[in-house]
Each structure stands twice: as C-alpha cells, then as structure tokens.
Design a protein. Sequence first.
Length: 302
Amino acid sequence: MSLATATPQTERRQQSARLRRRARTARGGRSILFHLFALAVLVVILYPAVWMFMSSFKPSNDIIGSVSLVPTDGGFQNYAKALEGIGGVSFWTFVVNSLILAVGSVVGILLSCSFAAYAFARVKFRGRSVFFVCMIATMLLPFHVVIIPQYIVFNNLGMINTYWPLLLGKFLATESFFVFLMIQFIRGLPRELDEAAVIDGAGHPRIFFSIILPLMKPALVTSAIFAFIWSWNDFFGPLLYLKEPSMYTMPLALRLYVDQTSTSDYGAQMAMAILALLPVLLFFFAFQRQLVGGVATQGLKG
C-alpha cells in the first residue's frame, strides 16, 4: 500500500520539477531575447555618437564616404585645430559666450519662473485662472510664429547683435514649460506648511523663501539642467540675433567649419563637437542625483 501511494507522489514531484525547469527555460529564453533586442536598440542609438567620436580622430578626407569606423590614419590634430579656433576667434571665446548664455538662462529661469509658479500655485488674485490658461496657451504656440515680431521689436530697441534678445525673456518668466513644471511641483506640497507659517505671522515672501523654495530643490535642479542644455545647444536663436563671429556660441562655431565655397574641415568640426558635449555631460552628472527627490516626504520630515 505504501509503495502504491508513494509512486503517484513521486510522479507528481517529478512532473512539478519538469514544469519548473520548463518555466525557467522559457523565462531564460525570453530574457535572452529581451537583452538581445535591448542591445540592438542601444547600438542603433549610440552609433551616431560613436561615429562622431571616431571621426574626430580621422583626417577630413576619410570622414565623408569612409566605410571603416576605426580611424586608420589620424591622431589629435583635429583637436589641436579645434582648440586654435576659427575665423580669427579663439576656441575659448566660443566657450565663454556659450557659458554666458547658458548660465544667464539658468539664473533667469530659476528666479522668474519660481516667482511666477508660486503666484499661480499659492496666491489668490483676480484673473488667476485666465492668466494661467493664457500661459498654457503659449506652450501650444510654435516658436516660429513669433520670430518676426520678436525680431522687429528687438531691432527697434537696438538689441540686435547683443545677448539681450536671448536672455531678456528668461528673466521675465516667458518659459511656460518651466513655470508649469514648478506649479505642479508646488501644488504637491502640503498646504499645512503655509497655514502654520501664516499662524506664526509669515507673509508670502517669507513663506516662499523659507518654506517653498528649499522644498523646490528637485524641481529647480531639473529646470536648471534642461535650461542649461537647451541654451547651450541652441542654434537658431544665436544665428538670428548674433552677427559678429566674436559673439558666436559653440553651435554657431561648428557651422564655420563647413564652407560651401572652399574646403570644409570636417575633422576639426567633429573634434569641436566632442568638446562641446563635455560641459553638458559634466553639468548633468554633477546634478543627476538631485533629479530624484521626495517632495511631500521632505516637507513632513522632522
């Protein structure tokens, strides 16, 4: 009797073990397919960056039409040319110009957009909903629609070939995306903090600078990263308003290496493109930890 009952139990255990092995094999196969697909996507995404990096070590004649990805004849000559500058302007002049616009954009956006966001999120005033809808509507308006009116206004004010057209709007909270981002962030903060501060006699300036602003650190860092990257990589704005090469930014300087009437130096252009990516990468890696942070939990701790 014991042998008769033991045999079905053994068979059930063996069948269960076979099912587990099949499940593990199926999961392993799906995992392998997923990783192969992810690796293929990664290769497609990274190939342009790898091609640009490898091309920065090639002579200009080997870049266009070359099949080989690995440079066979080259070195750091392209980087030496890029550091020398172009058009009688030093490479570091382009870097300083880009830093002026990028840092100025970050400061202007953090100051003006945080004030505007606090007003929309916490201050009750007449017509707040109408102004908020108008602000959101500007996000739906293409930038190219307002190019000509803006250029006419700045031209009449004598601001062409200066940095004012590229920075003035940043200090006037015209960047609706960042205002909306900070509004949503502030709305997630507990209102009990404001009420407790009001009971202690604090007004809106004290509430903003002592309570709201410190808790907005993740939103401010996120806005700073996007503002820096967008300003550093901006090509159309400086192309529209800047006329002298001594005021050019890095994206405009890259355009100088391509000449339709003479020989283009693609090697130096690729080298400068690599150098132009370094500040953006350093800025991102320096503040990437701040992108993830608790909002309500920070306000309720302690």
